[in-house]
Design a protein around this ligand. Structure first.
Ligand code: FRU
Length: 535
């Protein structure tokens, strides 16, 4: 196989070639989902950014159209950066995006509308002269850190509101703007929220979630049945964090709950390679869909050789957990239409050191759902309260170091003799008052190739094991992607890996246990995944 071909994805979105970064302005409109994304038409490294455009009926199979937005005006001559779409009731969609006006990357906010709102594919977009750019950095706003306008929401006081990400020195913030007509915008006196030492807030996202059930809500919904989520992408580390809190509409303020850590230690949608995500409300299925981008973790030279870089994660339905402390995410149900041959394993005991192959599926392109159980937590290793960083703990313990309860889980993208494998596993510790559960996706053993970024991605799982000694895992395997959902989507990790041996039909899948406590695989279902029809 020529360079890069073995690592192309079968069902995670990527165009035939070139660089992509985040999808911008996702929306559902008149029967179609629109995927707009940051794209370099000229090569496989970042630059020359336009909004490429694909459409879909099911969020999985995509048809490519002409780019929707590209530099053409004085207010976006040097780039059309991220933004979002708002479907205005009775009027149709409006795109808000960041235009780059000079070589210093000075940023302004612009808008575009469909030439023909009755074209269900929304092929052509225009940028009216009137009102554009709609927002420029006024005094006190840092014009080189001022971008990525959110979907706007409508308030009872007769205003549209939207956020723009920014920073003042090292304090990250999102400015709030108000408008009666969507064209003339006024900045509120204070940012809606800010946090010291978090740096630039890229791609802020702000939306209501229902306190009950997993239906999504329109971005404008307010009331007692609603909590709000604020997410920011921190360009200092390329990680995102979010809080759950209260939005005080009359004060133009958002305040995170005291159960939500604000800043670096906060909750993350995904503890792996997942950035600049955005959500949208899908009225056709009453759900909020959350969508992230995963860049490559090979070298720039590799990307140039491959001729492509970047994928979109599988769109995820997101809702508030019944404990109201965090979100839960799950791949959109449409993904299941790609499931082919199914293999099922029940009540498989895994003693210490066991690893058992899951045979008869295409292990390089698969979907796996598994529930593990154990009868006792007595053997769990002691948790040191100094272990605040899950990724460090995963790197310290890994999958090879024997434990008490765990490590147990899957060895994905494994070569026959385990020269290469990406383990996705749980490891359970005895904390002071509670058990601590770690979910880990450890890329260190993923490839025999060096000069790759092979992090030990990990997150803690907020779960009560005392009454229910079970943990579940779903992993989407797609050649160079291992996208995992721990405990029904409470803790999620996307890894990018580049095996040399464990490619296509040379890849294998195993279940393993490397703890002294025996583990039972109560049920495992694995599917060979068909390829999606993409562009
Ligand atoms: C995030 C980001 C955005 C910006 C865009 C440019 O990945 O840096 O802040 O608008 O990419 O492509």
């Amino acid at each position: 196989l020529s360079v890069g071909v073995a690592h192309r994805t079968g069902y995670h979105f990527q165009p035939p070639k070139n660089w992509i970064n985040e999808r911008t302005g996702p929306m559902y409109y008149n029967g179609y989902y629109h995927l707009l994304y940051q794209y370099n038409p000229k090569g496989s490294v970042w630059g020359n950014i336009v909004w490429a455009h694909s459409v879909s009926k099911d969020l999985i199979n995509w048809k490519a159209l002409e780019p929707a937005i590209y530099p053409s005006k004085p207010f976006d001559k040097f780039g059309c950066w991220s933004g979002s779409a708002t479907v205005v009731p009775g009027k149709g969609p409006i795109i808000l995006y960041t235009g780059i006006i000079d070589e210093n990357q000075t940023q302004v906010q612009c808008y575009a509308v469909p030439e023909d709102p009755n074209d269900p594919l929304l092929r052509k977009w225009v940028k009216p002269e009137k009102f554009n750019p709609i927002v420029v950095a006024d005094e006190g706003v840092n014009g080189s850190a001022f971008r990525d306008p959110t979907t706007a929401w409508w308030s009872q006081d007769g205003h549209w509101r939207m956020l723009v990400g920014s920073r003042r020195k090292s304090r990250g913030m999102a400015y709030l703007y108000r408008s009666r007509d969507f064209m003339t915008w006024v900045r509120a006196k204070h940012p809606i929220h800010s946090k010291s030492e978090t740096g630039m807030w890229e791609c802020p996202d702000f939306y209501p979630v229902s306190v009950k059930g997993n239906n999504g809500l329109d971005t404008s919904e307010m009331g007692d049945h609603v909590r709000h989520v604020l997410k920011n992408s921190l360009d200092l580390t390329r990680f995102e964090y979010y809080t759950i809190g209260t939005y005080f509409e009359d004060k133009d303020r958002y305040i995170p709950d005291n159960t939500s850590v604000d800043g670096w230690g906060g909750l993350r949608y995904d503890y792996g390679n997942f950035y600049a995500s955005k959500s949208f409300f899908d009225p056709s299925k009453n759900r909020r869909v959350l969508w992230g981008w995963a860049n490559e973790s090979d070298s720039k030279d590799d990307d140039v050789r491959k001729g492509w870089a970047g994928i979109q994660a599988i769109p995820r339905t997101a809702w508030l957990d019944s404990n109201a402390r965090q979100l839960v995410q799950w791949p959109v149900e449409e993904l299941n239409t790609l499931r082919g041959t199914e293999v099922s394993i029940n009540n498989q005991k895994l003693e210490k050191g066991d690893y058992v192959e899951v045979k008869d599926i295409t292990a390089a392109q698969a979907d796996v759902e598994v529930t593990f159980s154990f009868s006792s937590l007595d053997k769990a290793e002691a948790f040191d309260p100094k272990w605040v960083n899950a990724q460090d703990l995963c790197a310290q313990k890994g999958s090879k170091l024997q434990g008490g309860v765990g490590p147990f889980g899957l060895l994905t993208l494994a070569s026959q003799n385990l020269e290469e494998f990406t383990p996705v596993f749980f490891r359970i510790f005895k904390g002071e008052n509670k058990h601590v559960v770690l979910l880990c996706s450890d890329a260190r053993s993923s490839s025999i190739k060096s000069d790759l970024y092979k992090p030990s991605f990990a997150g803690f799982v907020d779960v009560d094991l005392d009454n229910n000694k079970k943990l579940s895992l779903r992993t989407l395997i797609d050649h160079s992607v291992v996208e995992s959902f721990g405990e029904g989507g409470k803790t999620n990790i996307l890894s990018r890996v580049y095996p040399e041996l464990a490619v296509t039909n040379q890849a294998h899948l195993f279940m393993f246990n490397n703890g002294t406590e025996p583990i039972t695989v109560e049920n495992l279902k694995a599917w060979s995944m068909k390829s999606a029809d993409i562009n």
